[in-house]
Design a protein around this ligand. Sequence first.
Ligand code: SAM
Length: 231
Amino acid sequence: MERLKWVEMGGKARPATLNLTPGTKVYGEELVQIGGKEYRVWNPFRSKLSAALIKGLRDLPLTHGSKVLYLGAGSGTTASHISDLVGPEGVVYCVEFSHRPMMELILSCKNRENMLPILADARHPEAYRFFVGEVDVIYEDVAQPDQTDILLRNAEVFLKERGFAFLALKARAIDVTADPRTIYKREAEKLGSKFKVLDILHLDPFEKDHAMFLLQYERPIMELTRISRSS
Ligand code: SAM
């Protein structure tokens, strides 16, 4: 069963995900029937991952049964589509530190057994390491000046070897004066210490000055000390 389909809306191709809770909407999205199943149309103006798909994201390593750590889940708009993609065998741990979106997030999670809300600051992964084990994917959208460091820190604690990460990078959260392309290049170099950069997609016109990074984790291999055989 395909959990992601493309539908035509107003002459434009839009992604849609198989609704885990048929008959219910999360943020007022359109519901469509395809082959007798209900799909939720994924709005690219409300979700950077939908925008990345439309802008040509080549791979989507979010499959049935994936375990996902979502940093900066907000009210759960994108997290709900990821919850559709990973299905009932998967899990989406949703970290959010702000109380207002957390109230809405809790409501979204109530209907979806594979979405778990965690009220915590993503800068401190040790605060939720007892609830979250090893994950296949980290998705981060925190719009903070230290967004790259937050991802690196969480990957070290939770991400499996050769696991994937999505980073929705907001250039203006790092430096309002610099050219966003300069920032993407600089952050890509920083990420390169631990990740292979697989794809970078500029998200305009859906999100100005944002890029989606798709990364694969390469844990640094520990250096072995050679035994000296000479006398
Ligand atoms: N990802 C959401 C979506 O697509 O549905 C939108 C997220 S919004 C751009 C960024 C969210 O990250 C906000 O709700 C904010 O409160 C949260 N956030 C920012 N810094 C955070 C941190 N250090 N720890 C946890 N959440 C954080």
